[in-house]
Design a protein around this ligand. Structure first.
Ligand SMILES: CNc1nc2c(CCNC[C@]34C[C@H]5C[C@H](C[C@H](C5)C3)C4)c3nc(N)[nH]c(=O)c3cc2[nH]1
Ligand SMILES: [Zn+2]
Length: 371
């Protein structure tokens, strides 16, 4: 084990813990803001840190295409390159190849595809993905996997999962162990409990520093997602962190924490922030809506962020209508703070043994609406 994870408190199957990396500690449950092309869009790194985020997410697929992993390494690695001194987790690229590139082919060796940037041809294998993440100097490296498309019949899901497990073995063999750096395996198996169990036991036998649950948040719906988490968690080691990939909306995160998940990433707070969607304790609003044009109130009176302290909804509405760049910047900062405040609330609730009460409060406030 080269990435120390300590459990500080437990409430049911939920855990409050801390993951220690070479670039600092991550308090869990944790939300990881997404920094696709070596930037959390619209945010200076100091601002990202000020929201309370301790770890951000980078990406093999984007950075291998532009500016190239060797280029990032020659400029000091991703921490130096983007001036983020804290922990970084990078996804392995498989998911993005399937969702972003055209002309792709999957075979036992890996994935062949054309870049969505300039059409150049690329071949990504488990070994190359691990090498790229090493060049990026990621503290947490994700195994190269295939996110099984949804829906998939059981035999198709089984074949896809078995290939991802063979790829996971190749990733483990290719990964260079270093203190403060680790490799996470990714559980697949679509919506089939027996495949989820088989995948979890396969990865546990190989042994990883952490375990991600992949193949979810792909359209299966919240109820099925929760069922698959429940079908997976019992077969993962208790002393290692669990990362639910691509999740999610606040209530998805609350429910997943209640079921034993420790780490999350999602484009929602940043991507939707750029389109004018603001998160509040009572649900989301779209600041472009005319009803906000003359509203002197902040986005969320309960929010402690600089945006809610100093700016009225009417001003944010104006910025978006005028397509001023400050609009997306301010909404991104607020939304990331909203997510970090939620995570701090979850950590505190687990420590106090009142997670279910906290979850009910979040759900009730969101249902109240009228914002
Ligand atoms: C949304 N639902 C969902 N996401 C998923 C992801 C990507 C996680 N986010 C990384 C990512 C993905 C995109 C967008 C940003 C930046 C960069 C490219 C890295 C986050 C997944 N990644 C891998 N390797 N495997 C999965 O099964 C998987 C399943 C997902 N289900
Ligand atoms: Zn705010």
């Amino acid at each position: 084990m080269t990435l120390r994870y300590e459990r500080l408190a437990q409430d049911g199957v939920a855990r409050r813990g801390r993951l220690h990396t070479a670039h600092g500690a991550v308090n869990t449950p944790a939300f990881m803001p997404v920094g696709t092309a070596a930037t959390v869009k619209g945010m200076w790194p100091e601002q990202v840190k000020a929201t309370g985020a301790e770890i951000i997410l980078g990406n093999t697929y984007h950075l291998m295409l532009r500016p190239g992993a060797e280029r990032v390494a020659s400029l000091g690695g991703l921490h130096k390159f983007m001036n983020w001194p804290g922990p970084i987790l990078t996804d392995s690229g498989g998911f993005q190849v399937m969702s972003l590139s055209e002309l792709r082919k999957i075979d036992e060796d890996g994935v062949t595809f054309r870049s969505h940037v300039d059409g150049s041809k690329h071949h990504l294998t488990p070994e190359r993905s691990i090498e790229i993440q090493h060049l990026l100097d990621a503290n947490v490296t994700m195994a190269f996997d295939e996110c099984t498309p949804f829906p998939a019949e059981a035999p198709v899901a089984a074949e896809s999962m078995h290939r991802s497990m063979r790829w996971a073995e190749r990733c483990k063999a290719a990964f260079k162990d270093r203190p403060g750096y680790g490799l996470f395996g990714i559980v697949q198996g679509s919506v089939y409990p027996e495949l989820r169990r088989e995948s979890s036991e396969w990865l546990t036998r190989i042994g990883y520093d952490g375990y991600a649950i992949g193949g979810l948040a792909v359209g299966e719906g919240q109820e099925m997602m929760f069922r698959m988490i429940e079908a997976t968690i019992p077969f993962l080691p208790e002393d290692r962190p669990r990362y639910l990939m691509g999740v999610g909306r606040p209530l998805d995160i609350v429910g997943a924490v209640q079921r034993g998940i420790d780490m999350f990433d999602c484009v929602m707070p940043t991507r939707s922030g750029r389109t004018g969607q603001a998160f509040t304790r009572r649900g989301t609003i779209n600041i472009r809506n005319a009803r906000h044009a003359h509203d002197p109130r902040p986005i969320d009176a309960d929010c402690s962020c600089p945006v809610c302290r100093d700016y009225a909804r009417g001003y944010l509405h104006h910025l978006f209508k005028a397509e001023e760049m400050l609009g997306p910047m301010l909404l991104t900062a607020h939304n990331l703070q909203h997510y970090q405040t939620l995570m701090a609330g979850l950590r505190g609730a687990i420590e106090a043994g009142r997670l279910d009460a906290f979850a009910a409060e979040v759900a009730e406030a969101e249902s109240r609406g009228d914002i």
